[in-house]
Design a protein around this ligand. Structure first.
Ligand SMILES: [Zn+2]
Length: 587
């Protein structure tokens, strides 16, 4: 007994049987009833959405001998010949295997003769984008002046590959993917007519896998029908087609959102045990997060292609999370999908990536964060001590202060401005601690902690990167400022930091921050080092006024703006990009 695959067996023979594409069908039928069928029609769309089906139906309708032209009768000689593939007046060409100029010349030769038994000769060229340029050119002449007795029907999955000269001579129809609901109904009826019973969840799975293509769905159904059971249950579909079940997918989805490690890692074990397609699984998971995200975006619910009951389930779940959280987790999933492509340890990659997604905190709205920043700023004193200074016990005179020559003045040496940390008499200390005004304080490292110097202290030059990392764990902004230094070196008991642009270290040079850096330096290198900033003399000439700063300088200034540094500190973040210039977009 010969077996006819479902896709061929169930091919629509009338317009009413076409799945989806209602508006295209209606337009085509209108053109038939008004006798205004174009001589060249182009159907485009992804595979399995009905391009050649519609072309054949049009061929039937154009040549049908019944009175009503808008629906082929499927009974007259012409209709029956076309249905059985015996019609001499319907020429079907596969553009992929007949793509050269020779084939088109042969075709044109055939067109010179009148149709044998029908009013028209119909030429269907499938995958027409595969034709060569010469073949297209040869075809173009015919399209410009088509013989009265000829109709062309083209089908393509890649409309962008067709020359504009050809496109402009065709009436174009873009076919959409078939919606999940339409596919579900269609497959449901088909299964019934074939004598099969399918569980709704099982059918939903097949619909999901079909991805809007009737043909893909039908070949999956074919596989299930040949599985042998008259009642098809979800587990069968999962096993036969190697899919990840909806339940499992939902479990992973909620697990990632609710930070339940077990709900994420256990299903993974199952997925690997059964050898299921990981990329497919990730794609399905991303589709879940996309649907959840769309649930949160006003006016976008129609973009979710899900059966109604599943949609309600998604809407309920989405209620518990902010769009930002869903967006972030979806982004992380996308990164994971990329990583999997290159990983030779897919399981490990997936597990660690999923752990990161679980651990990615739920995101708070930006306005809430800004509110938080405001609160923090209000609690601070007027001057910005970026890092809150530890309280200094008044009983232990640990900080010595040197008063500079005049307030705010540094001593320039050979065009280089240096902050010199000097020893000072102990009584100055009292001035600070008793609250008297002292400007331009400098700090002595070895006075902050009386720590014994260890024999195997770290080396400034060798361990600089470790030092930066050490600081980064404590003060992210400070590590960034240190990284901006043009050079660093240890000179005897001093740590020299050279900045060609003084604005890069303005904040770090504030006494409290300098003190903190000195502490960190002592803790890390296990030796007291005075911090010395080496910066060029500040140019105060009129040409250098703030309004004329170069974009580069402006960016640097912005990066060093105390508020920016403060924000980076509060959020434990770092500045990614600074854009200077007029706002290109008004909100
Ligand atoms: Zn007919």
């Amino acid at each position: 007994m010969s077996y006819l695959v479902l896709a061929r067996k169930s091919r629509p023979q009338t317009f009413d049987q076409v799945v989806g594409q209602r508006s295209v069908v209606k337009t085509l039928q209108n053109s038939l009833s008004r006798n205004r069928v174009a001589h060249a029609i182009l159907f485009s769309g992804v595979r399995g959405v009905g391009k050649t089906t519609l072309a054949r139906l049009m061929a039937k309708a154009i040549n049908c001998q019944a009175a009503e032209s808008t629906r082929p009768c499927d009974e007259c000689i012409s209709c029956r010949e076309i249905a059985t593939g015996a019609s001499l007046d319907l020429i079907e060409i596969d553009g992929a295997s007949n793509r050269g100029i020779q084939e088109i010349r042969e075709l044109k030769e055939k067109l010179r003769f009148l149709p044998t038994s029908s009013p028209y000769k119909i030429i269907i060229i499938d995958e027409v984008h595969m034709l060569t340029t010469e073949a297209f050119n040869a075809l173009l002449k015919t399209l410009e002046e088509p013989p009265e007795h000829v109709h062309f029907m083209f089908a393509t999955t890649e409309i962008h590959k067709i020359p504009i000269t050809i496109l402009s001579r065709c009436q174009q129809y873009e076919l959409k993917r078939i919606s999940a609901v339409e596919l579900y109904d269609h497959f449901h009826k088909l299964a019934k007519s074939e004598g099969f019973e399918i569980e709704p969840a099982a059918l939903s799975l097949i619909v999901r896998e079909a991805g809007g293509s009737v043909r893909d769905g039908l070949s999956l159904l074919d596989q299930m029908f040949s599985f042998g059971e008259k009642t098809i249950v979800t587990q069968d579909v999962i096993e036969v087609l190697g899919l990840v079940g909806s339940e499992l997918l939902m479990q992973v989805t909620t697990g990632l959102l609710n930070q339940k490690y077990e709900d994420v890692l256990q299903p993974l074990d199952q997925i690997f045990d059964y050898g299921l397609d990981i990329k497919r699984f990730l794609a399905d998971l991303m589709a879940h997060f996309r649907s959840l995200l769309l649930c949160k975006i006003e006016g976008c619910i129609n973009l979710i292609d899900l059966p109604p009951e599943e949609l309600i389930e998604f809407q309920k779940l989405a209620e518990n999370y902010s769009p930002e959280t869903l967006h972030q987790k979806l982004n992380l999933l996308m990164t994971t999908a990329e990583k999997i492509n290159y990983s030779n340890q897919p399981r490990l990659t997936l597990e660690t990536s999923f752990l990161s997604i679980i651990e990615a905190d739920n995101i708070t709205n930006v306005s809430t964060l800004l509110g938080k920043l405001d609160e923090v700023l209000q609690e601070l004193p007027d001057q910005i001590p970026v890092s809150p200074v530890k309280s200094i016990p008044s009983t232990s005179p640990k900080i010595e202060i040197t008063k500079a020559k005049s307030p705010g003045e540094y001593v320039p040496v050979k065009g280089v401005e240096e902050t010199v940390l000097k020893d000072s008499p102990p009584d100055k200390n009292e001035a600070r601690l008793s609250g008297k005004t002292v400007e331009n304080d400098t700090v002595r490292a070895d006075d902050i902690h009386a720590v014994a110097i260890k024999p195997h202290a770290k080396d400034v030059r060798k361990d600089w990167l470790d030092f930066i990392a050490y600081i980064k764990n404590r003060k992210v902004w400070m590590a960034q400022v240190l990284q901006r230094a043009d050079s660093f070196k240890q000179e005897k008991e001093e740590l020299h930091l050279t900045y060609s642009d003084p604005t890069n270290c303005t904040v770090l040079r504030q006494k409290d921050n300098q003190r903190l850096l000195t502490e960190f330096t002592l803790d890390f290198f296990q030796k007291p080092l005075k911090i010395r900033f080496i910066v060029p003399e500040v140019d105060n000439s009129p040409g250098n006024s703030k309004s004329e700063l170069s974009p580069h300088r402006k960016r640097q200034e912005l990066a060093n703006d105390p508020l920016v540094i403060m924000a980076a500190e509060v959020f434990n973040g770092q500045v990614g990009d600074i854009r200077v210039g007029p706002r290109s977009r008004q909100d």
